[in-house]
Design a protein around this ligand. Structure first.
Ligand SMILES: N[C@@H](CCC(=O)N[C@@H](CS)C(=O)NCC(=O)O)C(=O)O
Length: 211
């Protein structure tokens, strides 16, 4: 049994979407950031960073969006969301998963929480640097999609799920992901997936899903 701790329009949305893709039963606890529900001692015992998502799997908390998505793909191999260990696409799958989580996602954290890397006084500079790096990352994804439908292999995997959620986070930035033509084509296709549309409806998200 799964219990997901998330919050609307966050990294928790990626795992909420994944659970809907998998059509597995789960309990959902949406935390209210304004009330500090992600910083209570009870929640910090599950996720010491005080962030979402946390997925409780058979009673044990698992954290980190990319790690949870990969774990779910491995627990439900019938969905085909991760190339199995030893398969030809596995190396690319690991490379792109780790690139998204380690090299790309942190720049969004710096964009949305610029005081963390820079301190209160230097937030504008931190945002400018984060924007530059996010745009470089989006350009990298766009180039990858120039001659292929999916980031890894020949069908949708958790790499596409993670990339789509990160692209969504750029929607109110000066140059959002949809400004790149290959990414736009790709995202238009992914945005037709019923589970992504369903997670928007369930979390009350009305922007971006229709372009
Ligand atoms: N590296 C973490 C980052 C998670 C993260 O930054 N979550 C944000 C929402 S997108 C959050 O919980 N922010 C609340 C806070 O930092 O207080 C992951 O991938 O799970």
């Amino acid at each position: 049994m799964y219990t997901l701790y998330g919050s609307p329009s966050t990294a928790g949305t990626a795992i909420h979407w994944m659970l809907l893709e998998l059509e597995v039963p789960f309990d959902l606890k949406l935390l209210d950031f304004d009330k500090g529900e992600h910083k209570t001692p009870e929640y910090l015992a599950l996720n010491p960073d005080g962030v979402v998502p946390t997925l409780v799997v058979d009673g044990a908390p698992v954290t980190q969006m990319a790690g949870i998505a990969t774990l779910l793909a491995e627990r439900h191999p019938e969905a085909g969301f991760a190339p199995p260990p030893g398969s030809p696409a596995r190396a690319e799958y690991l490379t792109w998963t780790l690139w998204l989580a380690n090299s790309f996602q942190p720049h969004f954290r710096a964009w949305f929480y610029p005081h963390e890397p820079a301190g209160e006084a230097a937030q504008e500079g931190a945002k400018a640097a984060a924007r530059e790096r996010i745009e470089a990352g989006l350009a990298r994804l766009d180039a990858r999609l120039a001659d292929r439908d999916w980031l890894v292999g020949d069908h949708f995997t958790t790499v596409d799920l993670l990339a789509t959620i990160l692209c969504r986070w750029s929607r109110n930035m000066p140059k959002p992901a949809t400004a790149w033509p290959n990414l736009k084509r790709y995202l238009d296709r992914v945005r037709q997936r019923p589970a992504l549309r369903e997670v928007h409806a369930r979390e009350g998200l009305t922007d971006w899903i229709d372009g």
